[in-house]
Write a protein that binds this ligand. Structure first.
Ligand SMILES: C[S@@+](CC[C@H](N)C(=O)[O-])C[C@H]1O[C@@H](n2cnc3c(N)ncnc32)[C@H](O)[C@@H]1O
Length: 400
């Protein structure tokens, strides 16, 4: 195992914030639980709906499972039908195996989920592909939160090819959920480079990543691969050269455009402001959040090669700031509010004006701010373009 990586994760575990932490700073903060997990579920929903048709078991392999969080994530995918809401995969249907290279994670995962039937965990390594047993196959090959960024591209191509060779072949295609770090996250804008401009410097394919967002800045770094669409397409192409089965890309998704973990630190872009903890605060009971701290002043990356990215982020920030400013105006007793300019602004106006809140103590903190949080989450979902312009970059593949 790469020493920097194992040290860094072990250190994070010892800090306590990786295992527990609070809703404001910690692995399971509000953004992770209410935004990132939920957005990942939303992205996967239609693929899982297709998979479960006519099946009585869904076999899942969670690669780089850490504490086994993929179990709850996948089990939590819901289908809403009018007033009814049901989980797509029931406890009886799920068969889940998680593996990770780090023994400490596997111990904790076994403690957390080992009591559930049909779960198993083991220590294993995916950096040279994966040795499946002859009869071992799954319906969902799952990774999450940047896990594939630990591997070189060739190792990921090998892994995908091994998966393709062993994926279920009983009339329904298996789904592979790939999760990398996005190449063009604003959090590491200093690492973007323009391939067409000789003065722009070398493009950085890897980030010297530090889990420094839990408070301690003196943590060790380890390399993580940054990926855009072209690179993912290359990896899949290479896997298809190795494997006899065909892997196809079904979609891309950018997760956490303005709320990635390193917005907090500004370590790779000094213009980042710690927005994540402010978004977390929106969901806290009885805590009134200073909305102005949610505003972002986007700093352009110089160079014509970045026109598209700059436009994307400027437009995004304009919409983001617009809803926040509008909410702030609505909540300020002495300000005169102009008409809403967007759907999100209309919605927040309805929420603020609702008479339902009358009986509630502290409606601003307990009702209006969480609703603002969900509206901002909608922006993250609606405006993403699946180009690697966020902290997390998801690619959904299937094997035919
Ligand atoms: C960003 S964490 C994600 C953990 C977990 N999936 C989650 O949702 O929190 C990446 C995980 O990949 C694991 N990992 C890194 N390299 C690995 C390898 N070569 N084989 C197996 N697991 C690996 C790490 O130990 C770590 O648990």
């Amino acid at each position: 195992m790469e020493m920097g990586m194992s040290d860094a994760y072990d250190y994070a575990i010892r800090s306590g914030r990786y295992t527990n932490g609070s809703e404001i700073i910690g692995k399971y903060d509000n953004v992770r639980v209410l935004w990132e997990d939920e957005i990942t579920r939303m992205v996967l929903k239609t693929h899982i709906q297709r998979l479960i048709r006519g099946r009585d078991k869904i076999r899942i392999l969670d690669m780089g499972c850490g504490y086994g969080d993929g179990y709850e994530l996948l089990r939590g995918i819901r289908e809403e039908n009018g007033d009814n809401c049901k989980y797509l995969i029931t406890d009886e249907e799920i068969e889940y195996k998680g593996f990770d290279i780090n023994e400490s994670f596997i111990k904790e995962a076994s403690g957390r989920y080992g009591g559930h039937k049909n779960t198993s965990f083991e220590v294993a390594d995916f950096s040279k592909g994966f040795s499946f047993k002859d009869d071992e196959s799954y319906d969902i090959y799952f990774t999450s939160y940047g896990t594939l960024s630990h591997n070189e591209d060739e190792a990921n191509a090998r892994l995908l090819a091994d998966i393709a060779e062993h994926s279920s072949n009983n009339g329904c295609k298996s789904t592979i959920v790939c999760d990398w770090l996005g190449r063009y996250s604003y959090e590491w804008q200093s690492l973007w480079a323009d391939k067409g401009d000789p003065n722009s410097g070398e493009e950085e394919d890897w980030i010297d990543y530090r889990i420094s967002y839990f408070g301690d800045r003196n943590v060790k770094s380890f390399p993580l691969r940054l990926m855009g669409r072209d690179e993912v397409e290359e990896v899949v192409k290479r896997a298809n050269e190795i494997s006899s089965r065909r892997i196809r890309i079904k979609g891309f998704f950018d997760r956490s455009i303005l709320v990635g973990r390193h917005m907090e630190t500004g370590e790779y872009n000094r213009y980042c402001v710690p927005i994540r903890r402010v978004v977390n605060s929106l969901f806290e009971r009885n805590v009134v959040t200073d909305l102005e701290q949610l505003l972002i002043d986007y700093h352009k990356k110089e160079g014509t090669g970045f026109n598209r990215l700059n436009r994307f982020f400027e437009e995004f920030c304009m919409r983001w700031n617009g809803v926040i400013r509008y909410t702030h105006e609505l909540l300020s007793p002495d300000s005169r509010v102009v008409s809403p300019r967007s759907k999100a602004e209309e919605e927040i106006e309805e929420i603020v004006d609702s008479e339902m809140w009358g009986e509630n103590s502290n409606p601003r903190a307990n009702l209006i701010e969480p609703q603002l949080g969900y509206l901002l989450r909608e922006l993250e979902i609606d405006l993403q373009e699946g180009i690697g312009a966020a902290h997390g970059f998801i690619a959904i593949l299937n094997v035919s």
